[in-house]
Write a protein that binds this ligand. Structure first.
Ligand SMILES: [Zn+2]
Length: 183
């Protein structure tokens, strides 16, 4: 995170920071899939230049004092990663409903231990350089967002994660437990 422009608190659940971020993305591997059968036949390397973009983001922070952070502290590193990833997948699906934007307008990145803040974090960033106000708008609605994604997990009839909740093969139980703490 490059700047911290606005600090927010969501009760005991989490803290939030809105600011500028540098998003780096690089495609390093591609998956080879057989036509028709979609059978996976291996991976290959690609060399593309790293892409960089400066934009606006909302960082949700789950420090040791926060309710969300306390739940995560009970998980091992893999558990923290999968609970954050599950929450991130839900946010990517449901935040556009609050923001009246397309799911492709936002990106979500999870950090088990964020290099800037030193604690577990979820970044929701605007996919347009410089930002279009989505991060700021979401920062004000994060409390509602938490309850909506919690309800979406409850509603989903799958057993252990599917594309409409935490993602296929996701950690549904861990994500639900984490989201309970967010209220
Ligand atoms: Zn599901």
């Amino acid at each position: 995170m490059l700047t911290e422009d606005e600090a927010l608190a969501y009760g005991e659940a989490a803290r939030g920071v809105v600011g500028d971020v540098l998003v780096r993305s690089q495609v390093a591997k591609f998956k080879k899939i057989r036509f028709h059968t979609h059978e996976n036949i291996g991976y290959g390397d690609i060399n593309l230049p790293e892409e960089e973009m400066q934009t606006r983001a909302l960082a949700l922070l789950f420090g040791p004092q926060s309710a969300g952070g306390k739940v995560l502290a009970g998980f091992d590193e893999e558990g923290i990663g999968s609970a954050l990833a599950g929450a991130g997948t839900l946010i990517k699906t449901i935040a556009p409903v609050f923001l009246l934007c397309d799911p492709r307008d936002i990106g979500v990145a999870e950090r088990v231990r964020d290099p800037h803040f030193g604690i577990p974090a979820l970044y929701i960033y605007d996919k347009y350089p410089g930002g279009t106000g989505l991060s700021e708008a979401l920062a004000r609605r994060a409390g509602d967002l938490f309850s909506s994604i919690r309800a979406a997990v409850d509603r989903c009839p799958c057993k252990s994660g599917c594309p409409s909740c935490v993602g296929p093969g996701g950690n549904k139980a861990g994500t639900a437990c984490f989201l309970d703490a967010l209220g």
